[in-house]
Design a protein around this ligand. Structure first.
Ligand SMILES: [Zn+2]
Length: 120
């Protein structure tokens, strides 16, 4: 998809809405690979120069996400990617799989989640 000001604004709005529903603090969003490369290395460490290969990346340690708008083919994939990356932030202990995908589906349907509580 092409990233213009309207698309950028609508993505940031969606991130805001889903962050509220998932009870997470709104992450900083990079929307181009260039923005990923311009971010401090400590933030994007591990997935910096390879980020462009993915639809999205969650940088959990530094409350940031990358939404690779240029690579994303359509609106549906965009929404899915936003929710996917935010689910990583809400459920940081969960890796990809059935349960993860189910949470993404629920998130897309408008489900809310209470705040994540770290075990002491
Ligand atoms: Zn993922």
């Amino acid at each position: 998809m092409k990233l213009d000001d309207d698309v950028r604004l609508s993505i940031l709005e969606k991130i805001g809405v889903y962050s509220d529903r998932f009870s997470i603090s709104e992450p900083q969003a990079f929307l181009t690979s260039k923005e990923v490369l311009m971010a401090p290395k400590i933030v994007t460490e591990g997935r910096r120069t390879t980020a462009y290969k993915y639809y999205g990346v969650a940088y959990l340690e530094h409350n940031s996400i990358f939404i690779n708008v240029k690579k994303i083919p359509d609106e549906k994939t965009l929404e899915n990617t936003i929710v996917h990356e935010l689910i990583h932030h809400r459920f940081p202990y969960l890796s990809h799989g059935k349960r993860f995908n189910k949470l993404v589906r629920l998130g897309l349907k408008g489900r809310t989640f209470p705040p994540y509580k770290k075990r002491k």
